[in-house]
Design a protein around this ligand. Structure first.
Ligand code: RIB
Ligand code: CA
Length: 317
């Protein structure tokens, strides 16, 4: 089976952490790099958290780089109220067993794209600042991107404001650049990730999988669930970012509709909104495939199977 060449841009973050573990455990992909960006917490934390998760997974050979520490414009926005002071509270994670590479993340993204002889699937589960900066540096390198799957935006309601989803709200200008770049973009937004609720029973299932990894994930989700119990009372916690990685590695878990999507950057109440032309009323050509449905059973199976693969065999030398 041909392996998918994967680039991950993340802001771990609890749901990023589960998405990262699922990718690390998937036998059908080769992770070219993990790049990190300010979002849920400062980029120093997201970079350290990614390396903590990879140390836990026993995968310390994949290059990790830190990227943008702030959005392209506007004030920085973080989500410590959701993810805690470090951005990944709730489990005793190991300290990183390896250092980040010295490259600035957008430069590493460009270099990995240019160096890949295979088409690349790029998954972004964070504010799109790194992706936008990489596009501005070297748009041509992105011809190697077979799919760009982002967790972000929403055709419906927002989560950080009534209008805007966090990843787009944190850097609307970057999201606008990425959506306007003519890439094969798959937008996995809140319309489907808010359906991807891991219940208390699911968390207990995860606790029993994969030894230390499942125990750590359950501890992380017990913490992450606190925010959702307080605000939404859905009886569980949505794993937003895992939806994007699941779709990237198992195409078809999410269903999409082509839409013209614009990003509002000036609205007093709507900055960061992804304005999705579901019914084609603008006559503008579609620039994104917008997620409209998700197979929850297949998603949970993807996550449980991934956790069940830990501890992973030693990586090939
Ligand atoms: O709105 C959900 C997104 O914001 C997820 O990527 C989560 O990790 C946060 O970054
Ligand atoms: Ca994220």
């Amino acid at each position: 089976m041909k392996k998918i060449s994967l680039l991950l841009d993340m802001d771990p973050g609890h749901d990023d952490a589960v998405a990262l573990l699922a990718a690390l455990a998937h036998p059908g992909c080769r992770i070219l790099a993990v790049t990190t960006v300010a979002g849920n917490t400062a980029v120093e934390n997201t970079c350290a958290n990614a390396r903590r998760i990879m140390t836990l997974a026993g995968r310390t050979g994949v290059p990790v780089a830190a990227g943008a520490s702030r959005p392209l414009s506007g004030r920085p926005v973080t989500a410590e109220n959701v993810h805690g002071r470090t951005g990944l509270e709730g489990a005793n994670l190991p300290e990183p067993a390896f250092a980040a590479v010295p490259d600035f993340a957008p430069e590493l993204i460009v270099r990995r794209l240019r160096g890949s002889s295979q088409p690349v699937t790029l998954v972004a589960t964070a504010p799109l600042t790194n992706i936008a900066l990489a596009l501005l540096r070297d748009r041509e390198a992105f011809h190697r991107v077979e799919r760009l799957v982002i967790m972000g935006g929403a055709a419906g309601e927002g989560n950080v404001t009534p209008a805007a989803e966090f990843n787009v709200y944190a850097d609307p200008e970057a999201a606008g650049i990425v959506l306007g770049a003519g890439l094969p973009l798959f937008m996995v937004g809140l319309d489907v990730t808010h359906q991807a609720i891991m219940t208390g029973k699911d968390i207990e299932t995860m606790r029993g999988l994969g030894g230390d990894v499942g125990a750590a994930v359950a501890g992380l989700l017990d913490f992450y669930r606190g925010h959702y119990d307080r605000v939404y009372a859905w009886g569980g916690v949505p794993l937003h970012d895992a939806c994007a990685v699941a779709e990237a590695l198992c195409p078809g878990i999410v269903t999409f509709s082509p839409m013209a999507v614009e990003v509002e950057t000036r609205g007093e109440f709507t900055r960061g909104r992804t304005v999705c032309d579901r019914w084609g009323v603008t006559g503008k050509p579609a620039n994104a495939a917008v997620a409209t449905g998700i197979r929850i059973g297949a998603l949970k199976k993807f996550i449980f199977e991934a956790l069940g693969r830990f501890p992973l065999p030693s990586p090939p030398r």
